[in-house]
Design a protein around this ligand. Sequence first.
Ligand SMILES: *Cc1c(COP(=O)(O)O)cnc(C)c1O
Length: 225
Amino acid sequence: MSIKENLDKIKENIAKACSECGRNPDDVLVLAVTKTRSAAEINEAISCGITDIGENRVQELLSKYDDVVPGVRWHIIGHLQSNKVKYIADKVSMIHSVDSLKLAEEIDRRCAPLGKVMDILIEVNSGEENKNGVAFEDTDELIRRVKELKNVSIKGLMTMAPLAASEEELKKVFSNLYQLSVDIEAKKYDNVSMKCLSMGMSGDYVEAVKQGATIIRPGRTLFSI
Ligand SMILES: *Cc1c(COP(=O)(O)O)cnc(C)c1O
C-alpha cells in the first residue's frame, strides 16, 4: 500500500465512524505522526493532502525541518522538556503535550518576544504505564493557572490510551476525555477553548472518532507500505 492508499483507507474509516455517530468527517483532522520517517516520506504524505504533521522529539523535528516543504503545520505531540522550548517556539503551530505550569510558562516566555500566541493542548494522563500528562482530577486546576498566560492559548485536551487497552477500556478513556472537555467548556473560562480533542493513534483512532476526537494521530498505519 502507498501512503496515498493508506490515507484513503484512514479517511474511509473516519467517514464510516462519523456516519455511525452522526458526526461530520470534516471535523476530524488527520495529523500525520512523522517520527522515524524521512523528509522524503513526509513530503510524499503532504503531496497526498496531509496539512499537519506531528513529531514527538525536538531534535528529530529540527533535523528534518529544512527538508520538509514549507506551509505544512508542525505539531509537538510528545513529552517536551522546558529547556527545549526555545528551539521550536518559532516553528510549531501547536503543542499537544502541555502537562505542567512550568512548561506552559516557558512556552509563554519564549513566544512573547516572537509576538506569537502558541496554541496548546493540555495532555491528560489516561493510564499508569504512561507517566506523561496531568492527572485527570488535576486538569481543571492546571487550566485555571495556564489560562492566565498571555502568549499561550488553550485549545483543548490530548491523551494517549494505554497500548494494551481493550475496546471497552478505550471507549472509557476517550469518552472520559470528551466529558472532561464538555465540563471545562461549561465553565466558560477566558482564553480557553475545548474545540480540539487530540486522541486516537493507528490502533485506536476509529474508537476515538466515535467518542468525539477532532484530531487523530496515526503514524504506522499511514506510513507502512
Ligand atoms: C508515536 C505516536 C503516535 C502514533 O503512533 P502509531 O501507533 O504509529 O500510530 C501518536 N501519538 C503520539 C503521542 C505518539 O508518540
